[in-house]
Design a protein around this ligand. Structure first.
Ligand SMILES: [Zn+2]
Length: 427
C-alpha cells in the first residue's frame, strides 16, 4: 500500500512535508518523495496529515454498554450501587458485543492499540480479532479464583507475536486481598508479563492504605515486589515527592486519564511537571465509557494540557512539545514496543490520517500543526486507519465486516438491536 503525496507527516515532534509512505506487509518499508510502485492500493494524502495510530493505555471495553447509566456519583457509590450490580448480569456474549463496539469506537477515534481490562478474556480476544485492533488484554483480577483461571489459560503463558497479547490487570489494592495481590505479582514477574493497577486515584484510597499498612500506596507496591518487572501505574494523581522518586527509580510508566479523574471528582491533579522533570514516562488512557464517556484520546491530550495550566495557574506549563508524544511514543514505551508509536522505516504500519479539508484543521501549516493536533483536532477528523499494514477504515468507512458472536456477518442495524437488547436485560 502506498500513501501518496502526504501533506504532513508528524512523528516524534518532527514534521515531514510532501512525502510518500510505502507499506509492505505489516511494516513501513520506506518514507521518501516520489515513490513509485506497482501496488494497486494507492491512497492520495495530499489533503491529509499522517500520524502514528494513538495508543490507549487504559480501557474497560466491556463497559461500553453501560455508557450514560451513571453520571453523577462518587467513585465508591458509583461502583457499589451502579457499576458492579449491572456488570454481574453480563454474560460472555454480552461482553463480546460491548468489547466489539468499544474497539470500533477506538479505531474510529484513531486509536490503533488498546490496553483493555475487563471480564471474559475469550470474548475480549474474539472481539479484538474481529475488529482487527492491536490489543493487550487482561481480565480484572480481584480474587484467587481470578488469578487461578489466568494461570491455567495458555494465552498468558505462550509467547506470541500476534497483535493480540496478554497483560495482567490488578483492579486495585483496596479491591484485592493480599494473597491475590502477591500471587498475581509473582505470576507476572516469573512469566515476564506486563502488569497494571489502579493506584493513588482517590484520597479515601490513600487514607485506607495508609491506615491498614502504614505505607503510602506506591511504597506498599514496592514492598510487595510490584516493580520487579514492567508495570503500568494507572491514575497516580495523589502522589508524594517520595513516591515520584520511587517511580523514577523503578523506571515505571504512569497512565494519565484526565477525563475519568475529573468526572469521578478524584480531587487531585497528576503532578505532571514534577514527573516530567524526573523523566518519568507518561502515556494516556481514556478509562471506560462510563467514567469518561467518550473514548477519544485527542480529547485526553487536550485535557492534559488544560488541566495542568488551570490547576497550576500557569499558562506556560505542559507545553505542546512536551505533551505531543503522550499518545504515541510514550504509549509504545510504556508497553515496551520499540517499533510502534512513531513513523520510521521498519516500524509497524499502524497509521492514521486526519483530514485537512475539515474546517477546524483547514488553516493548518507547519508552524501550527502540533498545536492544532493538541487543541483543535478530534476523532471527527480521522479519515483512514491502518493497523498492522491493513486498512481498516478508509475515508471514514469501515473496510471489514461486523461479525456476531458466532462469526457471521451482521449489519450495523443488527448490532445496534443486539446492544439495546443487552441494555434492556441488565438495567
Ligand atoms: Zn480503570
Amino acid at each position: 500500500m502506498l500513501l501518496k503525496n502526504i501533506r504532513f507527516i508528524l512523528t516524534n515532534e518532527h514534521i515531514i512535508e510532501n512525502c510518500d509512505i510505502l507499506i509492505e506487509n505489516n511494516k513501513i518499508k520506506s518514507i521518501k518523495k516520489n515513490i513509485s510502485t506497482i501496488d494497486k492500493e494507492v491512497i492520495d494524502c495530499s489533503n491529509k496529515i499522517i500520524l502514528p495510530g494513538l495508543i490507549n493505555l487504559h480501557l474497560h471495553g466491556g463497559m461500553n454498554i453501560l455508557r450514560g447509566i451513571s453520571d453523577d456519583l462518587e467513585l465508591n457509590e458509583w461502583l457499589n450501587t451502579k457499576i458492579w450490580p449491572a456488570e454481574k448480569k453480563l454474560n460472555e456474549k454480552d461482553i463480546y458485543y460491548a468489547s466489539l463496539i468499544s474497539y470500533f469506537e477506538n479505531l474510529f477515534s484513531g486509536t490503533t492499540t488498546i490496553v483493555d481490562a475487563y471480564f471474559e478474556i475469550d470474548s475480549m480476544k474474539k472481539a479484538a480479532e474481529n475488529s482487527n485492533i492491536r490489543a493487550f488484554l487482561s481480565p480484572a483480577i480481584f480474587n484467587q479464583n481470578d488469578i487461578e483461571k489466568v494461570k491455567k489459560n495458555n494465552f498468558f503463558l505462550q509467547k506470541n507475536n500476534s497483535k493480540i497479547k496478554p497483560f495482567i490487570f490488578l483492579h486495585s489494592i483496596y479491591a484485592t486481598d493480599k494473597k491475590t495481590l502477591n500471587d498475581t505479582i509473582d505470576f507476572c514477574n516469573k512469566n515476564n508479563i506486563i502488569k497494571a493497577i489502579h493506584i493513588s486515584e482517590t484520597r479515601n484510597e490513600l487514607i485506607e492504605i495508609k491506615n491498614n499498612t502504614k505505607l503510602m500506596p506506591i511504597n506498599y507496591l514496592l514492598e510487595n515486589n510490584f516493580f520487579e518487572k514492567k508495570s503500568l501505574l494507572i491514575h497516580c494523581i495523589w502522589l508524594t515527592k517520595n513516591e515520584i522518586n520511587l517511580i523514577k527509580e523503578k523506571n515505571t510508566s504512569i497512565v494519565h486519564c484526565p477525563s475519568s479523574n475529573m468526572k469521578l471528582a478524584s480531587g487531585a491533579t497528576l503532578p505532571l511537571i514534577e514527573c516530567f522533570n524526573n523523566n518519568i514516562n507518561i502515556g494516556l488512557g481514556t478509562d471506560s465509557a462510563v467514567s469518561n464517556n467518550c473514548l477519544d484520546l485527542f480529547n485526553e491530550l487536550k485535557l492534559t494540557a488544560l488541566l495542568q495550566k488551570h490547576h497550576r495557574w500557569d499558562a506556560t506549563v505542559a507545553k505542546t512539545n512536551q505533551i505531543i508524544n503522550m499518545p504515541f511514543e510514550n504509549g509504545a514505551k510504556a508497553l515496551g514496543i520499540d517499533n510502534l508509536g512513531s513513523i520510521k522505516e521498519n516500524n509497524l504500519a499502524d497509521l492514521i490520517s486526519l483530514n485537512l479539508n475539515d474546517f477546524n484543521l483547514l488553516d493548518t501549516d507547519k508552524n501550527t500543526l502540533i498545536s492544532n493536533i493538541i487543541y483543535s483536532a478530534n476523532r471527527s477528523n480521522v479519515c483512514d486507519v491502518i493497523v498492522d499494514g491493513k486498512i481498516l477504515i478508509k475515508n471514514k468507512n469501515l473496510q471489514t465486516p461486523i461479525l456476531d458472536f458466532n462469526g457471521n456477518e451482521i449489519s450495523l442495524e443488527k448490532l445496534k438491536d443486539i446492544v439495546n437488547e443487552i441494555k434492556n436485560k441488565i438495567l
